[in-house]
Design a protein around this ligand. Structure first.
Ligand SMILES: CC(C)(COP(=O)(O)OP(=O)(O)OC[C@H]1O[C@@H](n2cnc3c(N)ncnc32)[C@H](O)[C@@H]1OP(=O)(O)O)[C@@H](O)C(=O)NCCC(=O)NCCS
Length: 163
């Protein structure tokens, strides 16, 4: 086994003992806000043609409350949130949508996102929905991960900048 792989296996084993997945709640907001800010910075680097609005903390909190009403699961390690997934169930269309997915850099490549996706897909299957889908920026390396999960490119979203 290569050194990198060994390190990953060791890290995974350590995580295994203290990593939990649970439903998010309103007391998670401050921690979520910290993660949101990190995600925002990272996302700006890979975005194409997207307009970034400066949301106030109040607005982000309101949005967070909506996420809680949908489906919001966090990965927690030693009492700290390391990642989260937001899902939306479209009952009318029998589809589950992954609306948001994030894992802190330090905890990446340890299958945390894969586990959160599996937990969400279980819920989708329980509802006997026909499909799960998501949107991703073309420049996001996560595209490869989604392909590995079995997602296929279904359409392109095109943007034209206006003055
Ligand atoms: C995408 C993301 C959630 C994946 O989380 P994760 O817990 O590291 O994912 P997993 O450990 O389950 O899967 C890791 C695999 O994804 C690939 N991958 C994921 N993100 C990657 C990245 N940014 N760069 C390169 N490879 C990446 C790796 O190749 C890895 O494959 P391997 O296990 O065969 O080595 C995480 O990279 C992230 O938070 N990125 C920033 C936020 C983001 O872009 N979210 C998606 C919005 S659509």
């Amino acid at each position: 086994m290569s050194g990198k792989k060994k390190q990953k296996t060791k890290k995974r084993a350590t995580l295994g003992r203290s990593l939990i997945f649970r439903k998010g709640n309103i007391t998670d907001f401050e921690e979520y806000y910290g993660l949101y800010k990190i995600f925002e910075k990272e996302y700006k680097k890979i975005s194409i043609c997207e307009i970034f609005f400066k949301f106030s903390k109040r607005q982000i909190k309101d949005e967070f409350c909506d996420k809680l009403k949908n489906y919001f699961v966090v990965a927690e390690f030693n009492g700290k949130i390391t990642g989260y997934i937001e899902g939306i169930f479209y009952d009318k269309y029998k589809r589950g949508y992954i609306a948001d997915l994030f894992v802190l850099k330090k905890f990446r490549n340890l299958s945390i996102a894969t586990k959160m996706k599996n937990i969400f897909l279980k819920e989708v299957q329980k509802r006997k929905y026909k499909q799960a889908d998501l949107d991703v920026n073309v420049k996001n390396p996560a595209v490869n991960l989604y392909k590995k999960w079995g997602f296929k490119i279904a359409k392109y979203r095109m943007v034209k900048k206006l003055r």
